[in-house]
Design a protein around this ligand. Sequence first.
Ligand code: PLP
Length: 294
Amino acid sequence: MTIGQTVFLNGAFRPVGEATISPFDRGFLFAHAAYEVTAVYDGKFIDLERHLSRLRRTLDGIAIPNLYSDEAWAEIHTDLIDKNGVEEGLVYLEVTGGAYGLRDFAGPEIFEPTVFLYADARPLIGDVARDGIKAIFLEDSRWKRRDMKTVQLLSQALAYRAAREAGADTAFMVEDGYVTEAASANAWIVDTAGRLITRELSHSILPGITRAGVMDLLKGSGIELVERAFTPDEVRGAAEAISTSAGAMVAPVVMIDGQPVGDGKPGPVTRRIQRLYYEAMGVDVAVVAPWALG
Ligand code: PLP
């Protein structure tokens, strides 16, 4: 990853070294902030409208005004990647409740947000997509409004640390005997009958934009989709497991708690979904991801 040296902070593009915010910022003090991460491929954003729509919903849910129209947000995103020369990678956006020179839980009636964006140049389709990742199961200890994309990410940061400690890459989080989602991705399995299963939307999981994109592509694909919660035992007995996110897109999960999922290799349904997703992005699959052609 290469962080672009020009960032956007509070209405202006600046060198990253000159982008400073107050230590009294509500993002810092209370994790009172929304964020989005949008993928860029070939200089174009993937599903930016959906990301902006989720941002609007999160901001509304945490009482922060949305300073920009979707058109203005899109222009800021485009200017940011242009200024940093990013053709492939991610744009990170965060909007906090702002800073008021004191630590007051409730804060002012109307917040004056801090708005920050940076661009990160990185290949989106690489080893993770080709070879898959390892996961562990972990109790989901997050707050109860996971449908809003906020920076309350301590549980996820600790989940990644626990995964690393166990020699894995991520965690499938479990609550009341069912998998909610992965540490920063939606979780899916393919059962032995070839059905693709992912948890239905609720306050318990983030409505992933990649999840929605994959679902759009399934129509007419012949792959049967079932939206329901599944258990860790179902993952252990699954033919395939997958995680989806803007950063890793469609990642095969090939090991869970040290045991192979299916035969321990990315399976045919995963490859099919990767291919559909990459083609929709405009990827030359034969060149960039020949392994997805099956
Ligand atoms: N679930 C969680 C908890 C996440 O943090 C993320 C992404 O960061 C996702 C799911 C996937 O969402 P998206 O596809 O919009 O990146």
